[in-house]
Design a protein around this ligand. Structure first.
Ligand code: NAP
Length: 193
């Protein structure tokens, strides 16, 4: 069965996604959108997987991780440590997640569980987005465009818009959103076959 990989990301006008290990903005409704989209499944018997880099995992406050209702896969070179350190006990800092040594290993893990997992969401940061953009499994990019510049140290890798078409989804609002003094809009790019 073919695997559907989606990217979900919020980026500001200078393509920034993060600063000092955190998000550059606080957008409650946008966070709820992230949660809703990454949790939603057509089958009530299945859940989705979220794939993230170690720093993104660490950016999630303890009380919110692992992200509930989703299989959490964290990519870290620490997964290459001798099996006795990592396989039995990846350490309390990874509790509730599955640690993978590479993006491919994460995708292979999901492939072996397609009876339980419906879709995979790449949720950042930069290098995970880069690998997801190159993946044969990439289906859609759910991009929240934040209509403002923020100081950032982490950025969304560029992608070729000619390889995608903009699509709509009934569960994704079309109109510009506003929270405080920040406006943003949801866009969906679907990979052309
Ligand atoms: N705006 C958004 O939508 C969004 C989404 C997600 C994150 N963010 C922000 O982005 C920042 C974090 O992103 P980031 O790009 O700095 O880091 P990241 O991608 O989350 O994590 C980087 C780490 O992932 C591991 N990793 C990445 N590629 C690997 C590979 N090929 N093989 C093995 N391990 C690999 C390494 O962990 P080890 O060092 O353990 O080996 C690496 O140090 C934060 O500021 C966060 O708030 C924003």
């Amino acid at each position: 069965m073919s695997l559907r990989l989606n990217i979900i990301v919020a980026a500001c006008e200078n393509q920034g996604i993060g600063i000092n290990g955190e998000l550059p903005w606080r957008l409650r409704e946008e966070m709820k959108y992230f949660s809703r989209m990454t949790k939603a499944t057509k089958s009530s018997e299945k859940q989705n997987a979220v794939v993230m880099g170690r720093k993104t995992w660490e950016s999630i406050p303890d009380k919110f991780r692992p992200l509930p209702g989703r299989l959490n896969l964290v990519i870290s070179s620490r997964a290459k440590l001798p099996w006795r350190h990592i396989r039995r006990d990846p350490g309390p800092e990874f509790s509730g997640s599955t640690v993978c040594s590479s993006f491919k290993e994460a995708i292979d893990k999901v492939h072996s569980r397609t009876d339980e997992v419906e879709s995979v969401w790449a949720i950042g940061g930069s290098s995970i987005y880069e690998m997801a953009l190159e993946s044969e499994h990439l289906h859609r990019i759910y991009l929240t465009r934040i209509l403002k510049d923020f100081e950032c140290d982490t950025f969304l890798p560029s992608f070729d818009p000619k390889k995608f078409q903009i699509v709509t989804d009934p569960v994704v609002p079309n109109e510009v959103q506003q929270e405080g003094d920040i406006t943003y809009k949801y866009e969906i790019y679907e990979k052309l076959k």
